[in-house]
Design a protein around this ligand. Structure first.
Ligand SMILES: Cc1cc2nc3c(=O)[nH]c(=O)nc-3n(C[C@H](O)[C@H](O)[C@H](O)COP(=O)(O)OP(=O)(O)OC[C@H]3O[C@@H](n4cnc5c(N)ncnc54)[C@H](O)[C@@H]3O)c2cc1C
Length: 464
């Protein structure tokens, strides 16, 4: 196994590595041994369906292909099982996908489509809930607490609650500071919160190992240490080039998330902006610290910052917190990004200021240029599909995306009207300027824009 390279950058390196060790996450340290894999591709081989990437999307696609359609797919993974986001995330399973809120769905697509999309994402969340009940993954139901980090953000949360209640039939609650303290924790940064009942925290790596075991029991093979260097369609057969052999496949599904390299397939070039998310886990809190912070719950929280913090008390009473700040892989280890998370802890939970951190890591989130995912076949002349673009909201929805992707790859999507929904019926878009002009020509400038936006977001979050 190769040493883990923390400075990998999907816009710079063509592949995420070859047989690299895991990122040093709390999840890796506490998940137990990964399921046995088939190791690197043993030489040139033929396959019916190949899935590239073994995160939650890739594994669930393989699971449902086998379970629903009797198709035993082959997974090709550059490094280790669930090596990308799926072993690094916050484990916050929300009733959501992409970065847009439900009120933004209505603005973009109108009421009818927004309601249909809500039903689809909700069905996906229920399916995720079922999976978490079948797999030993420390599932913590109880919802999601969306915290107003400034008094003026409460109006925004109240509006979201109103939309969710009156249009989509949910039962969100608005909580006062006193109610947050009484029921959840003494978050000193909170000025009220929206409680969504739908939300399940998980141990993401245990969850993915569990899904893989189910898939393997149905005949799925996973070749780890097998990066796809490039792929070509030749006479209707997809050729996937790995360091140890060429895999020829009738059908290929790319599930490469934020780790999608620029050359892995023409349909994905410049279609995703990989965005870094940093995370850390403290030592277990003492009884005195639990009492000082008044933690009474393991329910997960996020806040209303554009560059939001996501955090929760883990089952063994460690605090996990994450956010976004670095832009380039080469800068990911800069202490200022780590400090941002420590400052976040001190601000929200002053009794924990300076607490010892046991684990720190980061990973690449797949943000699409219109902030919503796509599960589609981009080019009718090839046999290539992809499911990417969850924008940091993929813990729950990736498993449903995998189920829909399996349906499509199996050719069972023709007469199902759900595939008229925009996340299924259109391709990922190129970058845009002001949400209006879209072009691949803007791709080289995306990180300038991101850098500018991060400063603007910081001003809006903290100053203006
Ligand atoms: C720090 C962090 C925190 C997050 N927190 C949350 C959260 O709390 N809630 C939430 O909903 N979402 C969160 N997310 C996002 C979430 O983790 C993902 O949306 C989800 O795991 C789905 O992942 P995936 O399977 O699509 O991609 P990944 O898990 O990233 O898997 C992609 C895989 O493809 C492999 N790969 C890439 N290129 C190749 C190639 N050429 N050949 C072979 N293999 C290749 C990679 O090695 C990788 O293992 C977070 C992400 C990060 C990084």
């Amino acid at each position: 196994m190769q040493v883990y390279n923390p400075f990998h950058d999907p816009l710079v390196d063509s592949i995420p590595g070859t047989n690299q060790d895991y990122s040093p996450t709390y999840w890796v340290a506490s998940a137990g041994l990964p399921p046995q894999t088939n190791g690197p591709v043993p030489g040139d081989m033929d396959a019916d369906v190949v899935i590239v990437g073994s995160g939650a999307t890739g594994i669930s696609t393989a699971l449902y292909l086998a379970q629903e359609y009797g198709i035993q797919a082959v997974i090709l993974e550059a490094n280790q099982t669930a090596w990308g986001c799926s072993s690094r995330n916050g484990g916050q399973g929300q009733n959501a996908s992409g970065r847009l809120s439900r009120s933004q769905w209505i603005e973009r697509w109108g009421l009818d489509t927004a309601k249909r999309l809500d039903r689809e994402i909700r069905t996906g969340f229920d399916n995720f809930a079922q999976l978490t009940s079948e797999i030993d993954c420390e599932a913590t139901p109880g919802g999601h607490l969306y915290v107003a980090h400034r008094p003026d953000k409460l109006a925004y949360l109240e509006n979201e609650a109103h939309v969710k209640r009156s249009i989509f039939g949910y039962k969100p609650q608005i909580l006062s500071v006193a109610e947050i303290k009484e029921r959840y924790c003494d978050d000193r940064d909170a000025h009220g919160a929206l409680l969504e009942e739908e939300g399940i925290g998980i141990h993401p790596l245990k969850f993915n190992f569990g899904m893989l075991k189910k898939a393997q029991a149905l005949g799925v093979k996973i070749y780890t240490g097998s990066p796809v260097l490039e792929s070509k369609s030749i006479n209707g057969i997809e050729h996937l080039y790995t360091p140890t052999g060429v895999v020829k496949a009738k059908r290929v599904a790319f599930c490469t998330g934020g780790y999608t390299g620029q050359n892995v397939n023409p349909s994905l070039k410049n279609k995703i902006l990989p965005v870094l998310s940093n995370s850390l886990v403290t030592r277990p809190l003492t009884a005195a610290e639990i009492s000082a912070t008044q933690f009474r719950s393991h329910v997960f929280l996020t806040d209303t910052r554009k560059l939001r913090f996501y955090y929760r008390l883990l089952k063994d009473n460690r605090l996990q917190i994450g956010s976004r700040s670095s832009i380039h892989g080469s800068d990911a280890g800069n202490p200022k990004h780590y400090q941002l998370l420590l400052d976040g802890i001190a601000r929200k939970f002053p009794p924990l200021a300076g607490i010892q951190v046991d684990y720190s890591w980061w990973g690449w989130v797949d943000v699409s240029h219109d902030m919503m995912p796509r599960i589609t076949k981009p080019n009718p002349n090839t046999n290539v599909w992809y499911a990417v673009g969850y924008g940091g909201n993929g813990v729950s929805f990736s498993t449903w995306a995998g189920k829909r992707l399996a349906q499509r790859v199996a050719g069972k999507d023709q007469n199902d009207p759900v595939f008229n929904l925009p996340i299924y019926s259109s391709e990922l878009e190129y970058p845009n300027i002001f949400g209006k002009i879209r072009s691949e020509l803007f791709a080289p400038f995306r990180r300038f824009g991101q850098s500018f936006l991060y400063r603007w977001y910081w001003l809006k979050d903290e100053v203006i």
